[in-house]
Design a protein around this ligand. Sequence first.
Ligand SMILES: N[C@@H](CCC(=O)N[C@@H](CS)C(=O)NCC(=O)O)C(=O)O
Length: 212
Amino acid sequence: MTLPLLYTYRRCPYAMRARMALLQAGLPFERHEISLRDKPPGLLTASPKGTVPVLVLPDGQVIDESWAIVEWALTHPDAHPAAWPWWQRACTNDHQTLLQTNDGLFKHHLDRYKYPERFETLTPDTREAVRAQHRLAAVEVLLQPLEQRLQTQAYLGGSEACATDIGIFPFVRQFAAVDPAWFSSLPLPGVQAWLARWLSSPLFEACMKKND
Ligand SMILES: N[C@@H](CCC(=O)N[C@@H](CS)C(=O)NCC(=O)O)C(=O)O
């Protein structure tokens, strides 16, 4: 049987959300782990824009946006029954806004916090000031709104997780990992507990498993 083929990059947060959705749906798929510096011709033929994740279906259909892969997996007729509620709970305006903020403004500040020199020519002094400015902006734009929700509920989906959780968690993980001590010192207990819950989840463990 030919399986859907996922071009993926292990540490990419967009690829993580796609892998987690496919695993949650229980749909079998093949993983092709790529190098971003040496993209395989099969990936570029399927999707010339050259980003991952890309899912190539057995009938040749190509899905080359991570959130579209999440939707495809969680709404698939053969998906595990636990998958559909994950998608349904994410279909509110509030969740769409959170996701847009994550992929837009939060990602903008995250990139500049993590790699400031990629975006501006900086002296060692200005570098730290720019990083501090972007990390605070990232907290304001996304982590505080998440905190408001996660103080009273375990997941963004409520008492159960949903697609928005796996859509956003990999980016918050990346943000926290830049300076874990600083992240732990923030007055964001709900977000910190939520992140810890996802990091120790079997779903995340399966998503990060290396190919044989
Ligand atoms: N909007 C895309 C963004 C995907 C994306 O930017 N992925 C990064 C890796 S994390 C990538 O492939 N970048 C291309 C490169 O670095 O050459 C999606 O949601 O799938």
